[in-house]
Design a protein around this ligand. Structure first.
Ligand code: SF4
Length: 224
């Protein structure tokens, strides 16, 4: 599939490097990092996540964190009170319901406070090598533009469509690389306000690029 090949080739040259993409990431580190990454730029999260994992290296440490101290560490990300309360609640739930072990299934992870479908899928993909897609605002935007899918993304039917597209595009045995690549494209090239279409690896097949809105039609996404 052209979409995958072009995206993966681009990511090999231009993909971003973060500590949570290095081998040996623990389930706990993945959990904390993915919670922080939800609706937040990865570049901003990198420093803060590292500090939190050093200060609270395990679920029991985080479950007992001082709210003031944690809020101060989270301040650069915004919504620091809400994020601090969410992280502590999540760690406490892990302690109470799972004896301090991070759950290994999407169904169990989604039950944790502050963990949504995106974070749950990202955790099992990165740490447990499960072949599942991720979908956040950046990835949704790419699919909506590339395949001319209807907006707004909040509509249930559209969200369902987007998860189906994401699952269909996933290459066999390369979910992790593909997910990182599509996240990087959304963060670096297909940005919300100023997509850099002229340097995008998908430009030749993208419905959005150079096509007047009135002439766009909904395509069969499986055809690419
Ligand atoms: S060509 Fe432009 S709109 Fe299409 S995926 Fe690339 S950056 Fe996004």
């Amino acid at each position: 599939m052209l979409f995958r090949r072009k995206l993966l080739a681009w990511a090999r040259r231009k993909g971003r490097h973060f500590f949570w993409r290095e081998p040996g990431l623990t389930p706990y580190a993945a959990l904390v990092t993915e919670i922080l990454l939800t609706k937040t730029r990865a570049e901003l999260v990198a420093t803060v996540a590292k500090q939190i994992l050093e200060r609270y290296p395990s679920p029991p440490d985080l479950a007992c964190a001082s709210p003031n101290e944690l809020e101060a560490m989270l301040f650069p990300l915004g919504l620091h009170r809400k994020r601090a309360a969410g992280l502590v609640a999540c760690a406490q739930y892990v302690m109470e319901a799972h004896g301090g072990a991070i759950p290994t299934t999407i169904e169990e992870l989604i039950e944790l406070p502050s963990v949504g479908r995106y974070a749950a899928n990202a955790i099992v993909c990165v740490v447990f090598d499960q072949q599942v897609a991720v979908l956040d605002a950046n990835v949704s935007r790419i699919y909506q533009r590339f395949f001319s899918l209807p907006e707004p993304p909040e509509r249930l039917a559209t969200a369902h469509d987007l998860w189906a597209v994401a699952a269909r595009l996933l290459p066999p045995r390369k979910a992790k690389q593909f997910n990182w690549a599509i996240l990087d494209l959304g963060g670096l090239i297909c940005t919300a306000k100023a997509p850099a279409c002229t340097v995008c690896p998908l430009v030749k097949n993208c419905d959005r690029f150079g096509v007047p809105p009135s002439t766009r039609s909904r395509p069969n996404s499986s055809a690419r």
